[in-house]
Design a protein around this ligand. Sequence first.
Ligand code: AMP
Ligand code: MG
Length: 404
Amino acid sequence: MLSVSEARERILAVFLPVEPQTVSLKRASRRVLSCDLSAETDLPPFDNSSVDGFALNAADFTCPRTLNVVADIRAGETSETPIQPGQSARIMTGAALPPGAEAVVMVEDTDFNVRTPGTPAPQTVTIHKSVRQGENIRHRGDDLHTGDKVLSAGTRLRAQEIGLLAMLGAVKLSVYRQPRMALLSSGDELLPVEAPLTPGKIHESNSYALAALAETAGVDIIQLGVAADNETDIRLRLQEAVEAKADVIVSSAGVSVGAFDYVKSVVEEDGELDFWKVNMRPGKPLAFGKYRGVPFFGLPGNPVSAFVGFEVFVRPALEKLSGLKLQPRPHQMARLAEPLESDGRESYLRAIVSQENGLLVARLTGHQGSGNIFSLVRANALLIVPSGVKSLTANSDVEIWPIA
Ligand code: AMP
Ligand code: MG
């Protein structure tokens, strides 16, 4: 049987980034850049004051001194009046420094500590504090120089990158199109959440939970609904995914060895199945292949197995599809609080990780049945037991994946 890492490698080999498109900066949040970007301007673009105060000539850095105020410079304005020895200019935060000024003294350190908006500049000002060369000045290019590489292709744009791009005047950006993921559930026992429960039936939950996961991966979702356990209905819905130009299809259930597990057979008939079992726990029945050319994941039906299968296999595939630079999943090491038993399969167990005396300590959330979604809700991490390991003693170091 395939190991988790072999399966992941085979999956990732199938995916390539979707094509780029141009979007306006306003629509670029959370999108993935498709090319490197360099600064087209210095930041800040000109020398300016970092405080409200008075700009000084280098001859007047010591105090006390009384100076003639020869200019009044507001943010957004420039002044060509040079500041000579014995002179100063009132200057606001962010306003361009006038010629001849080499430091700014804060308004609080002068005799003109006036807070009322609109107060005109005084004729003279007395400085109470000596200043250093360059004090309270933000120099042109302090942050960035023209031509500096600022962002690389494959970066997801967070709020801070969006702010930087605005500062640089980047109105249009080249980003990867948002991938489309089609989502299918299957099973005759599944009722819509709106329907009251009847004997033998349960509420369908995977399409909700998997869509919520996919949203965190930044993809568009095409809901294919719930297929009945028959080939015709499954085929009809998978065909819908092809017509909607899905980049990937993710289905749950119907890929095990049950007498009515038709999903696997439909994919085999209309496409190709690469594998349908992975040596892991939970989630051994996990299919991967193509349905009419569209990459297809058949996750297990049990809600916890479907969740784990998504995190282990689907998320990295979506990341590659999205054009993101592939990086190992953020993980941490924690100390196991109690001994645990495993069955030799690579296991992803629900755990609660907490800080205790400066150490990360992990405890399982109890019974690990793959239908027990509440134990997944109580978990804040998946604890990974490597393949081949059948038991771990208390205090063992274990790898954990935080689950937000
Ligand atoms: P199966 O893979 O079809 O044998 O399903 C395995 C288990 O997962 C069964 O107990 C199903 O009832 C359950 N299951 C399958 N699909 C869903 C779903 N979409 N939502 C909640 N439970 C499901
Ligand atoms: Mg079923």
